[in-house]
Write a protein that binds this ligand. Sequence first.
Ligand SMILES: Cc1cc2nc3c(=O)[nH]c(=O)nc-3n(C[C@H](O)[C@H](O)[C@H](O)COP(=O)(O)OP(=O)(O)OC[C@H]3O[C@@H](n4cnc5c(N)ncnc54)[C@H](O)[C@@H]3O)c2cc1C
Length: 403
Amino acid sequence: MSTHRHDVVICGGGLVGASLALALAHLPLDVCLLDPAPFAPPARADDRTFTIAQGSKRALNALGAWPRLSGGDFQPITEIEVSDRVGRIGLTHILAYEQGVDALGFVTGNTALLAALYEALDATTVTRRAGRFDGFIQDADAGVITLACGQDGERIACRLLVGADGTHSAVRAACGIGVDCHDYGREAIVSNCRVSRPRPFTAFERFTDNGPVAALPIGDDRYTFVISRADGEQWQALDEQGFLERLADTFGDRLGRLLAASPRLRFPLIRQHAREWVAPRVVLIGNAAHTLHPVAGQGFNLGLRDVAVLAERLSEACRAQTDYGDRAWLADYARARRADVAYTTRFTDGLVRLFTPRLPALAAARGVALNLVDALPGLKRALAVRTMGLKAPLPKLFRGIKP
Ligand SMILES: Cc1cc2nc3c(=O)[nH]c(=O)nc-3n(C[C@H](O)[C@H](O)[C@H](O)COP(=O)(O)OP(=O)(O)OC[C@H]3O[C@@H](n4cnc5c(N)ncnc54)[C@H](O)[C@@H]3O)c2cc1C
């Protein structure tokens, strides 16, 4: 039986795992990225659209992934229009120039971004292994953890195992770490549509009585619509024309007529947190540690901040020759991530709760809240800074510096 040896094994080569592999690539560490799916995006990723915060773009730029996107692969967002349901007051605009930035964020595709991350990894010495993590054994005295992966009994020994294997993390389960999970009882329905009156570089977040609807510009006359609904199955069953009509009723005519829709994708909406983010020689990041409602487009952006802080700390550990699998070191990392994850979760969850109720009093409060945000520049600025991923203190990567 063969045993491969590495310093750090990242289990999960999704957006977060691949970003961490890149962030560690220039450190004096032997890094392995493990995933059962091929490291070739079209064969593995749904072509979902993501909003990338301004801060995350800086980080992806420093990692060498962003420059590999072609001009057509992303759209800057210079304006976000947030409104209550059609025909009710409550409207706020967040404008890039008011915030002193060229763009509030960017819209890009899952496939394009993964391809850019893997392409950047080609220029590094990070080992990519095809394999599914199946469990591990600890050798506390030797300071290593040995993973089992694949049916042929392949083993990998490392000093630190990073679980970046998503919401249903096998690494988390193998550590016996439980989760707190809230099911919103809704699904996100995602479809790309053509519209008759596009508003270039403008994203829309519309809160309706039945849940939020986001429209993200993806170039020319095309928008990605993300609709959060309890009756997702019914929306899925509609033919294209029926879907476009129902979407128009829900979203209104801000973008003119809706002309054509791509096949719909559906995603269950949950909020989930691992009860611990670390265990001896193990750390969980990205969706393995925390899964959010996509309403504010924060999930990957938050995972990327895990990456930035972990990479910075590993860089310091390499310089100081500290044991980065050590309990105290890991606990310190977890402490460093607590406030950001707690705030981002509260912010996302608060939006969902405030903007989904059907009680008339709360519906009126939503309109007032939106107008208040519009009227108070300080409040708007605070909201924008958070959603742009620019809240200080920023880890080095979010300042455009490799750790
Ligand atoms: C509808 C929707 C819209 C969203 N929009 C946004 C947005 O606009 N902005 C934003 O920031 N976030 C958004 N998110 C959230 C974002 O999708 C996630 O936060 C992000 O993809 C998590 O990445 P990850 O790498 O942690 O996990 P994943 O993408 O789930 O990757 C996990 C990886 O682990 C691998 N894996 C699984 N099991 C094993 C195993 N046993 N061994 C080895 N490897 C394994 C998988 O193959 C996969 O490659 C959205 C989510 C949804 C559902």
